[in-house]
Design a protein around this ligand. Structure first.
Ligand SMILES: Nc1ncnc2c1ncn2[C@@H]1O[C@H](COP(=O)(O)OP(=O)(O)OP(=O)(O)O)[C@@H](O)[C@H]1O
Length: 627
């Protein structure tokens, strides 16, 4: 079954600078519609866009989560891939939406996902889950591992790999197992400390990179009566990618220079690559979708047109000064609505970590059983020793000992693969004794079991929270729509009415799309006229960029760059001494006739051009051209 990407819009409140600058609110929000008024239009012009949902400046993140993210996260827990990403102009609230404020009462979507996932998992009774997290950033087109404590982030650039059936991934990233929401917060904060942010004129804490926090959830049926290691059934794997994009920005407004400027151009490049991917996916005609144009689009490949349920949250500003950027964000968002994905549950992935764990447990169990038999044989030869299993249990009580044993995992049993989530210490002395090997094997089994979660009973209030979230989501769907969706009609007349209503809505939508097309046409026309006007102005105004040099004078005379040749004449600066102006050759023919009065030989190659810093002599000695 294919389904379209869900797209919602969130409008942030005005910030202090906008309030002080008396900015106007030009955005109106209805349930599913955003209307934006063009502040510089000759007549009041409003553009309308329809989305899956639209949120005004008063809406808090919890409502957005309940309505739009809840079901997507549930799907990821079931075994689907899910992506939530925030998109929009710099300073419009992407990080606020995804991560939230430091203040916990206003937490973002990412922390809410953590709570949701672990609450849901704790309600399951017959499934065991393994949760693994990674966190990366794309900074200046380099991939950096935000969870690696030792990585020299200025040097490292991780590579992408595309594997059939798995998709595009970064195999060298640090993967951390997590067993509760708190561990996830800790890794998120840890990664955020490594993330690049900086102040710009538009946002004092602007993200200079795109980040992707991924939670992979592998699950397998588990029956208490049998025991974990014997009960692994088919494995499913869901993956939730939480993406906080850096914002599009214009240098003129952010005041970016140096490193900030370099970052901005990389950010804009990758966002325009994202725009191109969206366009070619929507056009449907393009044979080739340019995913390979940037790291961001490659990593999002599966979320755009692939096997993923995707939610795009477009963040906009309400003010007139951001009109152009707001319209551009809404246009992209509107196009993205038409991208169709084909999500399906990922069954039995070949590279499942859970499968490695299963094999490892089976191997260790067999080994324990065999060594137990040997020791019993020794027992038969009259040496009184304790049962090895007792030794294991006894020594496990001693936590220091068991930590050392985990550390030496590699030495203990060279034939099983040590998972990268568990650190190894190759220098730790090899433990030879039979009892200690068993102990070590048992510790490893315990450790693996501790990383598997699910099955604990949860408190009632958590269940209530889940029901409230569902009720919240449903409350947005109008009663009659719900009936319609569910196909419950009391009579044929009601069914006809409902279907007529549906047809009416479709017609309304078509009308709005027609208006949008005609808007786009007239906007294109306006832009065209603007450009033509600018070209004409360029023709009329000779652009003296800085100064006009006069013959016989060592002091250059200052010129206003916007003076027209007529103004120059009126200001009496035109005299026989000034024979040469530096005028770009292409502009020479555009000079109005007054400038080229007969007798005042104008004058090539001429006078002032700020880009070419010619010296005075060169200017004065230029070649004359008779008109
Ligand atoms: N919906 C909102 N309600 C209240 N404050 C908000 C909202 N959205 C954004 N803000 C505030 O606006 C400021 C900028 O937001 P944020 O850093 O999230 O923008 P951004 O889109 O991530 O910018 P950048 O692309 O530069 O990283 C922050 O101080 C944030 O708290």
């Amino acid at each position: 079954m294919s389904e379209n990407i869900k797209v919602v819009v969130r409008c942030r409140p005005m910030n202090q600078t906008e309030k002080k600058g008396n900015c106007q609110n030009i955005v109106e929000i209805d349930e599913f519609t955003v209307s934006v008024t063009n502040p510089s239009a000759r007549r009041s012009q409003q553009k309308k866009f329809i989305f899956d949902s639209v949120y005004n400046m008063k809406t808090n993140t919890e409502v957005i989560y309940d309505e739009m993210c809840y079901s997507l996260v549930e799907s990821a827990i079931e075994g689907y891939n899910g992506t939530i990403f925030a998109y929009g102009q710099t300073g419009c609230g992407k990080t606020h939406t995804m991560q939230g404020d430091e203040n916990l009462s206003n937490s973002g979507i990412i922390p809410k996902c953590f709570d949701h996932i672990f609450e849901t998992i704790s309600m399951t009774t017959n499934v065991r889950y393994l949760a693994l997290v990674t966190y990366l950033e794309i900074y200046n087109e380099r991939i950096r591992d935000l969870l690696n404590k030792n990585e020299n982030t200025s040097v490292i650039n991780h590579s992408l790999k595309e594997l059939p059936g798995i998709g595009v991934s970064v195999p060298t990233l640090t993967t951390q197992p997590v067993v509760n929401a708190n561990q996830c917060y800790d890794w998120l904060h840890f990664g955020n400390k490594n993330r690049v942010t900086a102040a710009t004129l538009m946002n004092k804490n602007s993200s200079r990179s795109h980040t992707i926090f991924t939670i992979t959830l592998e699950q397998s049926p588990f029956f208490n009566s049998i025991g974990l290691e014997d009960a692994f059934g088919g494995i499913r794997r869901g993956k939730l990618s939480l993406v906080d994009l850096a914002g599009s920005e214009r240098q003129r407004r952010t005041g970016a220079k140096g490193d900030r400027l370099k970052e901005a151009s990389q950010i804009n490049l990758s966002l325009s690559a994202l725009g191109n991917v969206i366009s070619s996916l929507v056009d449907g005609k393009a044979k080739h979708v340019p995913f390979r144009d940037s790291k961001l689009t490659r990593l999002l490949q599966d979320s755009l047109g692939g096997n993923t349920k995707t939610l795009m949250i477009s963040c906009i500003s309400p003010t007139d000064i951001n009109y152009d950027e707001t319209i551009s964000t809404l246009r992209y968002a509107s196009r993205a609505k038409n991208i169709s994905n084909k999500p399906k549950i990922n069954e039995d992935p070949k590279d499942a970590t859970l499968r490695l764990y299963q094999n490892e447990i089976l191997y260790l169990k067999r080994m324990l059983q065999e060594s137990q038999q040997i020791l019993y044989r020794n027992n038969d030869t009259n040496k009184i020793i304790e049962s090895p299993l007792k030794i294991i249990q006894h020594t496990n009580m001693n936590s220091t000992k068991s930590v050392q044993i985990i550390e030496s995992g590699q030495n203990c049993n060279a034939s099983f693969k040590t998972n990268n989530s568990i650190s190894t210490n190759p220098n730790f002395p090899l433990i030879q004794s039979e009892g200690e090997i068993q102990l070590q094997a048992q510790s490893r089994i315990d450790l693996i079991k501790r990383t598997l979660i699910g099955g604990e009973r949860i408190h009632d209030f958590k269940l209530k929270k889940k029901h409230m979230a569902i009720a919240n989501a449903l409350s947005r769907v109008k009663c009659e729509d719900r009936n319609l969706l569910q196909g419950h009609y009391a009579s044929i007349t009601q069914e006809i009415d409902a279907k007529n209503e549906y047809i009416r809505k479709c017609k309304e939508k078509i009308k709005m799309l027609e208006v949008e097309v005609s808007d786009l046409n007239s906007e294109f026309q306006l832009d065209r006229e603007d450009y033509l006007e600018e070209i004409r102005n360029l023709g009329r105004q000779v652009k003296f960029h800085q100064q006009l040099f006069c013959k016989g004078s060592s002091n250059p005379k200052k010129f206003d760059r916007n003076w027209t040749p007529d103004t120059i004449l009126q200001n009496s600066l035109w005299n026989d001494d000034i024979k040469m102006w530096r005028i770009p050759e292409s502009d020479l023919l555009k000079l109005p006739p007054a400038t080229l009065k007969s007798g005042l030989h104008c004058i090539h190659p001429l006078v002032i051009d700020s880009k070419n810093q010619h010296n005075q002599n060169e200017i004065l000695e230029g070649e004359r051209v008779s008109i």
